[in-house]
Design a protein around this ligand. Structure first.
Ligand SMILES: NC(=O)C1=CN([C@@H]2O[C@H](COP(=O)(O)OP(=O)(O)OC[C@H]3O[C@@H](n4cnc5c(N)ncnc54)[C@H](OP(=O)(O)O)[C@@H]3O)[C@@H](O)[C@H]2O)C=CC1
Ligand SMILES: O=C(CO)COP(=O)(O)O
Length: 338
């Protein structure tokens, strides 16, 4: 069989598979690489990813692949969809196998563990300046995307041609609307910070608070994200789009979100570890709360919701204490500067 593809996806979990399904459904030959050969063998046998997206058939043009070298030789377009804590590791593995004309995009939502660096910095550090980079961000639950339900998403990066080609590959007039955006930093940051705010919204609902509290958290979470974004050179207007408000509303309000479900479990009194095990998939906000909180402190940006989530996850605080601390803050006017 020919070893060429229009795009190679790295990461065969929920979202990597969903994006690969979407690309293949658009008529593009898509290689889907996963690091576990047994999992890839199951995908080939079942023509479905029963572990992550049960019951959804893989289109004929989606080719599961267990060998990284084969996957990376097949296409110059490389879409990375692994959790943020292994993003660097996977790029390190990929680096010696990349084609000269490779172009790298990721749909990972998070920051580098410990350093809190944006993934664009991690990628540049590992692969150098040679390859165009891009990010995909926005409100997109894997299951709905894979099922072909209408979805919209944003894309930004370092190279206009790469972005245009990616829009061509991803956009579907029937299912997926892809918006070009010129704020590379803002799109990455939105995807990381919304995870933290979704945990807070889940905690609030888990405690038994109502729609008023949840909506206040989304709204003030957007203020925190915008403040941090502006301090990092992003545009405030980006956060009124797909990767800001869009992803906040999605993940804070719907139980498909693992970050929200994690918060819900904590709000109901479950422990951090127990809640993660029960969810069984990546909960990016768990690690990313630490990175976002540290980043805010380094930049002197006030992020009270993030601070309270941090206290619950890492300092033994309870969701009730977090709520009391937020409600008891000093009165202020509703402007970004405050
Ligand atoms: N699911 C969604 O709806 C969305 C997810 N995202 C983002 O996409 C990223 C991936 O999330 P998602 O697919 O949902 O996560 P899942 O938990 O569903 O899957 C993660 C996948 O990554 C694999 N993996 C873990 N470690 C490595 C490694 N070292 N090398 C290669 N593969 C590895 C896992 O394999 P194994 O099972 O063997 O550990 C698994 O297949 C996250 O940043 C998430 O925020 C963004 C938008 C939507
Ligand atoms: O990023 C997502 C939707 O846009 C997925 O959210 P969770 O990681 O919380 O499930």
């Amino acid at each position: 069989m020919k070893n060429t593809a229009d795009i190679t996806v790295l990461g065969a979990g929920s979202y990597g598979t969903a994006l690969a399904i979407s690309l293949a459904s658009n008529g593009h030959r898509t290689l889907l690489w996963g690091h576990n050969p047994e999992h890839i063998a199951n995908l080939k046998r079942d023509r479905a990813n029963e572990a992550f997206l049960p019951g959804i058939a893989l289109p004929d043009l989606l080719i599961p692949e267990a060998d990284l070298a084969t996957a990376l030789a097949a296409s110059n377009n490389v879409l990375v969809v692994v959790p943020s804590h292994v993003f660097g590791t996977v790029l390190e593995q990929a680096k010696p196998l990349l084609r000269d004309d490779a172009r790298i995009i990721w749909a990972t939502k998070g920051l580098e563990p410990e350093t809190g660096r944006l993934l664009q910095e991690v990628a540049r550090d590992i692969v150098g300046d040679k390859y165009p980079l891009a990010v995909l961000s926005g409100p997109t639950f894997a299951k709905e995307l894979a099922a072909g339900l209408p979805t919209a998403i944003s894309i930004a990066g370092t190279d206009v041609t790469f972005i245009k080609d990616l829009v061509e590959l991803l956009h579907s007039p029937k299912r997926l609307r892809v918006y070009e955006n010129d704020d590379f930093i803002g799109l990455q940051l939105g995807g990381a910070v919304k995870n933290v705010i979704a945990i807070s919204a889940g905690m609030s609902d888990g405690i038994g608070f109502g729609a008023n509290a949840r909506t206040a958290l989304i709204t003030r979470g957007l203020v925190e994200l915008t403040r941090l974004g502006e301090a990092m050179g992003a545009k405030a207007s980006t956060f009124m789009g797909m990767a800001g408000l869009g992803d906040l509303v999605l993940t804070c309000t719907d139980n498909q979100s693992r970050n929200r479900r994690f918060g819900l479990a904590l709000g109901k009194g479950q422990g951090v570890e127990e809640a993660q095990v029960e969810i069984g998939q990546v909960v990016e906000g768990y690690r990313n709360t630490k990175e976002v909180y540290a980043l805010a402190n380094r930049l002197g940006v006030e992020m009270p919701i993030t601070e309270q989530v941090y206290k619950v996850l890492y300092q033994g605080g309870t969701p009730h204490e977090a709520a009391i601390a937020l409600l008891g803050r000093e009165q202020k006017s509703e402007t970004l500067a405050d």
